[in-house]
Design a protein around this ligand. Structure first.
Ligand code: GLN
Length: 477
């Protein structure tokens, strides 16, 4: 078996034809993952026992002639901000070094019920804050395509495990681009579904109004299969949507001829030349398939970063107050009073980026500044959502870059948070609007660094997203 290029369908065929058993595949995936991890640091924790037990169940079902779930036997990586019962969940933070959750996130529960095999928990920026995975307390992840470069972030580990082939698919989380940007940097598919499409129950909150769980895969088809397993209403998350989950497979079979694709000019300013060339090559391929390209304008794009970093830090300051040295977290050993214990536990446990955001968030919410910053940012958010709604009156989807540049070198931006924040310009708008968006590989630079093309559609139009991506994948050179 060629584990590096396995697809969900190939796993199913391999199991059905007895080419390998689920236990054999799991053992091989675990061994390969351990070996590759020495290079990339993409996994923080391996869940070998749980994986083998799940694989045995799949083999037993197969032997008994029972129907298999859509992810039967498929090795999966789970971002370490998604809780897993009995398996350590660190959120990339020193504070949660020893936290073993007593329950599973809904997405994990559904994935395992569908036969998916959790190989391990993937490395990420602390509490998903970052764009390079260098903010992890457990060391950065290296991009498997170029080991001296970052894999993107914050879901860098989840992108890397799919790109290096130690998992067939993985789960990440996206608040402002953390699925699409690492997918683009590592050369895989990454999908941020509509806000509320996937339950956030068990996703450790970063900025609750922006947080999404979504899939990484090596093809749009596999991403669609994974999303259809984890999507749908969940009573345990009041913001999860009751909207029916579409038949993505049926949608993907449809041609894209006649679809109108919007090209926002604001997204092509300040773009690295090679990135722009790849996106335009992608657009040419879509034109050949009969898509019509239309210019659209998104006039509020230039305020997106400012609005995002106000709203997300405000929510961070509230959400991260629960990590106080009393519950979940590692407690500072040398404190004499309760207040000292809070201060020392948080001071010793949080990394620099988390501290920066907690302070910024407390500031923008404080009396006297709330109206000037937080309220204004919320207004900008509404205007950005309106830009999209307006565009979708005339187009079926929007095509844009994911990141202004390809994967950068480790250490290149980590000491300049503003530079790091600016790299999120093309992904943040979709997150603020809560619309579905994805990154699809559309070529590489001369040095071989992958470039992703972003596709965005209106709320709950994941079917159109997958249709365009799949038809593009089938027809690109
Ligand atoms: N890079 C963005 C940030 O640092 C987005 C992170 C994310 O989507 N989780 O906030």
């Amino acid at each position: 078996m060629d584990i590096v290029s396995l697809t969900i369908a190939a796993v199913r065929d391999g199991l059905a034809s007895k080419q390998f058993s689920a236990v054999e595949l799991t053992q091989e995936a675990l061994q390969f993952a351990r070996q590759e991890n020495a290079k990339t640091n993409a996994y923080l924790t391996f869940s070998g026992e749980r994986a083998l037990a799940a694989a045995q169940k799949v083999d037993a079902a197969l032997a008994a002639g029972q129907p298999l779930g859509p992810l039967a036997g498929v090795p999966v990586g789970i971002k370490d901000v998604i809780v897993t019962r009995g398996v350590r969940t660190t959120c990339g933070s020193k504070l949660l070094e020893h936290f073993v959750p007593p329950y599973n996130a809904t997405a994990v529960e559904r994935l395992e019920a569908a036969g998916g095999i959790m190989i391990g928990k993937t490395n990420c920026d602390e509490f998903a804050m970052g764009s390079s995975t260098e903010n992890s307390a457990y060391g950065p992840v290296r991009n498997p395509v170029a080991l001296d470069r970052v894999p993107g972030g914050s879901s860098g580990g989840s992108a890397a495990v799919v790109a290096q082939g130690t998992a067939v698919v993985s789960l990440g989380s996206d608040t402002g681009g953390s699925i699409r940007q690492p997918a683009s940097f590592c050369g895989c598919v990454g999908v941020t579904p509509t806000y509320g499409r996937v339950s956030r129950y068990g996703l450790v909150a970063f900025a609750s109004s922006l947080d999404h769980i979504g899939p990484f895969a090596r093809s749009a088809k596999d991403a669609a299969t994974l999303l259809s397993v984890i999507a749908g209403r969940d009573e345990r998350d009041a913001t999860s949507a009751a909207h029916p989950v579409q038949d993505y497979e049926a949608a993907m079979a449809l041609p894209v001829e006649g679809l109108k694709l919007g090209l926002p000019k604001e997204y092509f300013e300040g773009l690295n030349q090679e990135t722009g060339d790849c996106i335009h090559a992608g657009l040419d391929a879509l034109k050949k398939l009969g898509c019509q390209i239309v210019d659209v304008t998104m006039p509020h794009t230039k305020w997106a970063i400012d609005a995002y970093y106000i709203i997300c830090t405000a929510e961070v300051s509230a959400n991260l107050s629960r990590f106080d040295g009393v519950r979940f977290t590692t407690r500072s050993a040398n404190s004499n009073t309760l207040l000292e214990m809070y201060r020392n536990s948080r001071g010793e446990g949080f990394g620099a980026e988390a501290k920066r955001r907690i302070m910024l968030g407390a500031y923008v919410l404080s009396h006297g500044y709330y109206d000037a910053y937080y309220l204004k940012a919320q207004r900008v958010r509404a205007l950005i959502a309106r830009d999209f709604a307006h565009a979708f009156e005339t187009v079926d989807a929007i095509i844009a870059p994911v990141s202004p540049f390809p994967a950068f070198k480790l250490g290149e931006k980590v000491n300049d948070p503003l530079q790091m924040y600016l790299s999120d310009i093309y992904t943040i708008t979709g997150s603020l609007a809560g619309i579905p968006c994805m990154s699809v590989p559309c070529g590489a630079t001369a040095a071989g660094l992958p470039i992703g093309m972003q596709i965005l559609t209106k709320h709950f139009a994941e079917d159109t997203l997958f249709r365009i991506a799949h038809q593009y994948e089938l027809n690109r050179q």
